[in-house]
Design a protein around this ligand. Sequence first.
Ligand code: FO1
Length: 316
Amino acid sequence: MSETPRVLALCGGVGGAKLALGLYRLLGPALTLVVNTGDDFTHLGLRICPDLDTVTYTLADRVNPETGWGRADDSGRFMAAVTELGGEDWFFLGDRDLALHVERTRRLAAGESLSAVTAAVAAAFGIAARVLPMSDQPVATQVETDTGILAFQHYFVRERCRPSLRALHYQGAAQAAPHPELLAALADPALAAIVICPSNPWLSIDPLLALPGVRAALAAAPAPVVAVSPIVGGQALKGPTAKIMAELGLEVSARTIAAHYRDFLDCLLLDCSDGALAADLPGSRVAATVMGSEADKVALARAVLEAARDCRNRSG
Ligand code: FO1
């Protein structure tokens, strides 16, 4: 029996994790996920890695289905006690979720790498795919706004993305080493596909692309690069993507996503509602990209893998 060819996917939090789950259902251990850590921060003395946790909880069937982040069946007794003490309660940490932050903080303080901690958590939850932080060194996304520079979670959660965004900075990215397995996978001639999940390109994918050598390695990768547009029918399904694009002076369109990834992109999957754009975007194709049900996630994952196979066949 032939082995399932390996696939690498780059992803952020909630939106990206949906496609990650679809890919995982089809590929199991043949999937490697490299996850944005630009949103990570230290809060209440704990190291919090929201995108890694969202992906991990999603693959482990433990994610809160209402929010898409945090744990299912969680409670808020710790948070209520923080509020009672007049503490910082703007970032919700569920009681069961808290265990992961405490355990990660303890292991990091004992000298373990973020990769090792992430792998241990994935193993404890029975996840067969590789889940990797983009780097073991800290990178902190900073948001330059009309009211000053804000740390990512202060902008995203505390200020609910209200300040107008002017620019993004990925502090520490130039000094951080990309995860060695990311560079190895990008150079692997046997890799079947590189998938860019429908995460926010500026908030979730650009921190990864800011790591030394990643853009060049993507451009030189033997495997086809397939991205799924997070813009559907000229709008973001959820989250601040459309607002951010408008504030950066960009057209809110899948066309802008294609332009953003043009250095390395082989195929952009557009939603059916954006089918009219396909004629202007060479290499693009149309799929149902709105992922309500698990069947939708698997169907989109299948469309992504088919697109990659067609790219490989075309290039010989
Ligand atoms: N998002 C919110 O909008 N409000 C929260 O209080 C919040 C808490 C939180 C706790 C743990 C975690 O893993 C994620 C959490 N998120 C929360 C989501 C997170 O801020 C964002 O979704 C990502 O950083 C963006 O991808």
